[in-house]
Design a binder for this molecule. Structure first.
Ligand SMILES: [Zn+2]
Length: 108
């Protein structure tokens, strides 16, 4: 199960990194701020900035999850230490808390 999750995490990491590279390439081209065309270019630029931030956060989370796999603590709730429901990990592979703690808004 852990081996499967590790592969899944690595796949998601590769996908996120590929997407991040794409977004960064798009951001490398300055938007056309000229009159008439400016608003679309600027809006797209903003969207890509938000997308880049989201992807960087996701990549960080995936790295942390992989680190937990390495340490053998993956799949355990960081708050109460209970096993995280495999179905929850299936949906949210980077989950760090069990459904109970998440519902109660408990964090580290
Ligand atoms: Zn918990």
């Amino acid at each position: 199960m852990t081996t499967l999750m590790k592969e899944r995490l690595l796949e998601e990491l590769a996908a996120a990194e590929a997407e991040l590279a794409e977004v960064k390439a798009e951001l490398a081209e300055k938007p056309d701020m000229g009159p008439g065309t400016g608003s679309t270019g600027a809006a797209l630029w903003e969207m890509n900035l938000a997308r880049r931030d989201r992807l960087e956060m996701r990549i960080r989370e995936l790295h942390q999850a992989l680190e937990r796999v390495r340490l053998g603590t993956y799949g355990r709730c960081l708050v109460c230490g209970a096993e995280i429901d495999p179905e929850r990990l299936e949906i949210v592979p980077t989950a760090t808390t069990c459904a109970d703690c998440a519902r109660r808004g408990r964090h580290l």
